[in-house]
Design a protein around this ligand. Structure first.
Ligand code: ADE
Length: 245
């Protein structure tokens, strides 16, 4: 997979992409990143990328010319490209979109804005999908782009290595994770549930499924409707409802 990013703060990406899983994915040739400085595509000697908003109001708006020049220059290489723009007005990002994007054969190009907004003409003619990572406002598109990249790359085959597989995740698609424990078996008076120490793999799987369903029901009941559940899950859910009464 190839991800390219247009930003006025390339060093934000250099820091995150050169650590841990993402760094290893690059070394293994699973993903390739290229970060472009938007100011390199500005049209004046001051490398200006913003200007006052037409119609007045607070804040500055990112000029269209640098984005148009950057995208044109990047696309001139000829590689098919899917362009994403980060913005709170975009389609809400979720695991389903992460999975879809992880299968994308085209190069992904992330446009990151700063200031109040990006000139609407950028969205109208350069962007294939406007994406929001949640209903809150950040100071720029860099963190959203990294959030999306991180969630996509960990889904690419081979990215997570042997110690972890995304298999179990697909099993629990759409519900919350079960509680996890490691040694010691007792810590400050708090014990690990006995069943987890029993070595009974079948019972452990059942316990985990039940606790995952319990958390989802208690903390995020709206997820239950959308999750892919079996008849057995619905039976466990009634059991939980009885226990929680
Ligand atoms: N830029 C600022 N806030 C954002 C958000 N919540 N999602 C995507 N891009 C953004």
């Amino acid at each position: 997979m190839r991800c390219e990013i247009i930003t006025i703060f390339p060093s934000i990406f250099d820091a995150y992409l050169s650590e841990s899983i993402l760094k290893r994915a690059v070394e293994k040739g699973i993903v390739e990143f290229k970060v472009h400085q938007l100011r390199d595509y500005s049209v004046d000697k001051h490398r200006t990328v913003d200007d006052y908003p037409y119609g007045g109001g607070p804040g500055m708006v990112m000029k269209p010319e640098p984005f148009f020049r950057a995208v044109k220059s990047i696309k001139a290489e000829g590689t098919e490209t899917f362009t994403l723009m980060m913005s709170p007005q975009g389609r809400p990002f979720d695991q389903e979109m992460a999975l879809e994007l992880s299968k994308e054969k085209r190069r992904l190009l992330f446009l990151c804005g700063r200031y109040e907004a990006i000139d609407e003409r950028v969205r109208d003619s350069l962007v294939d999908r406007e994406v929001s990572i949640g209903d809150y406002v950040l100071t720029g598109g860099e963190l959203p782009a990294l959030v999306i990249i991180d969630s996509i790359v960990r889904l690419l085959p081979g990215a997570l290595g042997d110690e972890y597989s995304a298999k179990e995740e697909s099993f629990s698609w759409g519900i919350l994770d079960y509680p996890h424990y490691t040694r010691p078996p007792e810590f400050e008076g708090m014990k690990v549930p006995d069943l987890l120490l029993s070595g009974n793999h079948k019972e452990i799987l059942l316990w985990r499924r039940k606790e995952a369903l319990r958390r989802t029901l208690l903390r995020r009941p709206e997820l239950i409707q959308r999750a892919l559940l079996t008849d057995e899950d619905y039976r466990i859910l009634s059991e939980i409802k009885e226990e929680e009464r």
